[in-house]
Design a protein around this ligand. Structure first.
Ligand code: ADP
Ligand code: ZN
Length: 727
């Protein structure tokens, strides 16, 4: 065995022993590889991507002490507490400790008793501390939140600049930088500022598949927010508002309505703010209403929803704030309620910025607004913004892909009105002006230009200018219109011309809102979990956490509790099989949790020691209907449950498309689905329903003819099967 693979083997053993994990998350192994090969590195992984393990695991198996630089005391405290819980000897030195405590840690370092030491940048670079560290054997230097070193980042900290001296001061030790910030500019700057030596750069996917993104126009803020909260009773979440005033107001109103929420913003006294944050972390309250001042340094892994009651000013901000949800990899919901007013507020706030910075900020703001009003898959929109591609067609976790959006009945006609108006205006005007003409505005500019005499003037007079404006943005988002030049004048694209001829059908949103369906990923992460047992284990976890004065997720994360409630172990060995249970935690908590599981399973007559893989396999294999389906059909059903396309399934099972479509129809019946996505687009589904109206005699030919013959019989049958289930 080579030295490197032996080392990796040790890391893997440590992963199981201390953290209870069986495998690496994407790029973790490569990142750890850099430490082994003694090469500097920059690792960019999104929040929840498992960055800490990339330096913690090699630190545990390497001789010597790992130095970790972190910008915030709360972050250090969280990580050190979590490490100690896992049985890893780690400590921090920070200004909240007494001199005595600090001296004790220094003593531990001198005795070689620690594997990791967490420090702030300003403490690390003092001459005294550097001299002290030079006398120790160091395994590696990890710089967390490394984007703080760059002015291009959103969180520049001058004290991080000083860290540039480490490379020279410790020539024998490699430096590893970690960040969740995506832009390549920041990445390059990190390498330069830290003087990294030919660093390996590893960039993970920015997609967070477990987050369910939704964006809705804000019509009634309180009602909309409450709808989300009601979906997450007793779960933790954050509500972001733009202004302090909004925080106070919304928080008050929620409390009036019987929800328990606490505010957080820079206008509150320091101790109030700290207390509220602590109450949230310790799960004394579930909801925090906050400005963006809240969040940095919150490592809480089980945030189940992040609501934006107002639109952020950039997608960077949105990604970061919404990214605080679901760090544990379990499904979480990110809902954004936007309004044109938010756009106006930001525009106003940005107006005093210096010229170039102002221009960049406004362009980011426009991108943000386009995201809100757009009907492109949200996951795709976000990763595209950060220069990456989304591999999947249907993310299965956003309002667009889940079909939670309600489309305007006459999308095509409305789009044609808008496109013709753009052409009538000689493709010389921007979105705002075009919206005015379309809605028949009496604005002076419109009248002076005699645009009230255009044939397209007032074509959308039944709608607000805001709505018309949103629709224009949606057409831009789908490529029917493009914006040009400094003034963003609208031009109709080739695709737009096809839409004018009715050969392409754009999707336009209805102003009304309807809740999206439960996402598939939510169903997956709950698969086989006994919810009652999960709740019982949560209660136990809270009791233990309160007694130890640590946040609940430091004891066990939600993902771990779900796995326990899925496997229902009866012995210590089986308990160690639970993903996220390492030796130390099994020793500390095994008895209490095993007892709770035993009692619950006895009282509820549940089987124990379940192997989730076998269980999932059997569930999929179990025929849904009484007649036993053939093997091919069974396989087709399994693939349909995964959302595979008819073509793909037909290819895999080796049956004709028509047979496969028939299987799909049966699948839809047996699963009682009322929505044919992802197999039939929303537009086609609507058209079929429209064509089928009135004729309930079961004859398909009239429907086929009404649709002009361009929708196949199979698709019509699939749509009708869904219609029956929806009735
Ligand atoms: P980041 O710092 O990148 O936001 P964390 O280091 O906090 O992410 O990790 C996110 C979550 O993933 C934590 O709950 C952590 O315990 C978990 N995790 C890390 N590595 C693994 C792994 N290999 N397998 C399973 N879970 C992991
Ligand atoms: Zn999507």
């Amino acid at each position: 065995m080579t030295e490197i693979s032996a080392y990796l083997n040790n890391v893997r053993k440590a992963l199981k022993k201390y953290w209870g994990y069986d495998s690496f998350m994407p790029l973790q192994e490569q990142a750890i590889g850099c430490v082994i090969e003694r090469r500097d590195s920059i690792v960019v992984l999104p929040t929840g991507g498992g960055k800490s393990l990339c330096f913690q695991a090699p630190a545990v198996v390497s001789p010597g002490l790992a130095v970790v630089v972190s910008p915030l005391i709360s972050l250090m405290k969280d990580q050190v507490d979590a490490l100690i819980e896992c049985g890893v000897p780690a400590a921090r030195i920070d200004s909240t400790q007494t001199t005595g405590q600090q001296r004790e840690v220094v003593g531990q370092i001198e005795n070689g008793a620690l594997k990791l030491i967490y420090l702030s940048p300003e403490r690390l670079v003092t001459d005294r501390f550097i001299a002290f560290l030079k006398r120790q054997k160091l395994s590696l230097i990890a710089i967390d939140e490394a984007h703080c070193v760059s002015m291009w980042g959103h969180d520049f900290r001058p004290e991080y600049r000083e860290l540039g001296m480490l490379r020279k001061t410790f020539p024998e030790v490699t430096v590893h930088a970690f960040t969740a910030t995506a832009t390549s500019q920041v990445r390059d700057d990190i390498a330069v500022q830290l003087h990294l030596d030919n660093p390996q750069t590893l960039v993970g996917s920015f997609d967070r598949p477990n987050l369910i993104f939704k964006s809705e126009p804000r019509v009634d803020r309180l009602r909309q927010v409450r709808t989300v909260l009601d979906r997450h009773k007793k779960e933790s979440g954050i509500i972001y508002c733009i202004r302090r005033k909004d925080v106070d107001e919304l928080c008050q109103r929620l409390n009036d309505e019987g929800y328990s929420a606490l505010p957080y913003h820079a206008g509150l006294e320091d101790d109030v703010r700290k207390r509220n944050q602590q109450a949230f972390i310790e799960e004394k309250i579930h909801t925090i209403v906050a400005t963006i001042a809240f969040g940095m340094g919150i490592d809480k892994s089980n945030v189940r929803y992040v609501i934006h009651a107002g639109m952020p000013k950039s997608l960077e901000h949105y990604q970061q704030e919404s990214g605080r949800a679901g760090r544990d990899g379990l499904e979480a919901e990110c809902v954004l309620f936007y309004s044109g007013g938010d756009y106006g507020i930001w525009n106003y706030l940005l107006k005093d910025m210096p010229e170039q910075a102002g221009r960049i900020a406004r362009s980011k703001l426009n991108d943000m607004y386009d995201y809100c009003t757009g009907v492109v898959c949200r996951h795709r929109a976000i990763v595209n913004y950060f220069g990456q591609e989304l591999k999947r067609d249907n993310c299965g976790a956003c309002d667009v892909c889940l079909g939670g959006l309600e489309y305007h009945d006459d999308s095509l006609e409305t789009a044609q009105k808008i496109l013709s108006c753009v052409i009538r205006l000689d493709q010389q005007y921007g979105a705002d002006y075009t919206a005015m003409v379309l809605t028949g505005s009496q604005d002076k500019k419109v009248l002076l230009n005699h645009h009230d005499s255009l044939s397209t003037y007032g074509l959308l007079a039944d709608h607000s200018k805001r709505m018309a404006r949103d629709w224009i943005e949606q057409l831009v988002g789908q490529g029917f219109i493009r914006k040009y030049g400094e003034f963003n004048v609208l031009r109709v694209t080739d695709l737009g011309r096809l839409a004018l001829k009715g050969e392409e059908i754009p999707k336009l949103l209805k102003p009304a809102v309807k809740p999206a369906k439960v996402a598939k990923i939510a169903a997956d992460s709950w698969a086989g979990v006994d919810q009652g047992l999960f709740e019982a284990l949560r209660t136990l976890r809270k009791m233990i956490a309160d007694k130890k004065h640590v946040p609940a997720y430091i004891v066990f994360g939600d993902a771990v509790l779900r796995d326990m409630a899925r496997r229902r172990p009866s012995s210590t060995e089986a308990f160690l099989e639970v993903n996220g249970v390492g030796d130390m935690k099994a020793q500390q908590y095994g008895k209490a949790f095993l007892k709770a599981i035993k009692v619950y399973c006895r009282d509820n007559d549940l089987d124990m020691d379940i192997d989730p893989f076998i269980q999932a396999y059997e569930a999929l294999r179990r025929p849904k209907s009484s007649s036993k389906p053939s093997q091919a059909k069974q396989d087709a059903f399994i693939m349909f449950a995964q959302g595979r396309s008819i073509d793909k399934v037909s290819e895999t099972i080796g049956r004709a498309t028509s047979t496969t479509a028939q299987y799909l129809e049966e699948f839809i019946r047996s699963e009682k689905l009322n929505d044919p996505s992802p197999w039939v687009s929303e537009v086609i589904f609507k058209r079929v329903l429209q064509a089928a109206k009135g004729g309930d005699d079961g004859r398909l030919k009239p429907i086929f003819d009404k649709l002009g013959g361009d929708v196949s019989y199979e698709i019509i049958r699939i749509c009708l099967a869904c219609r029956v289930n929806g009735q």
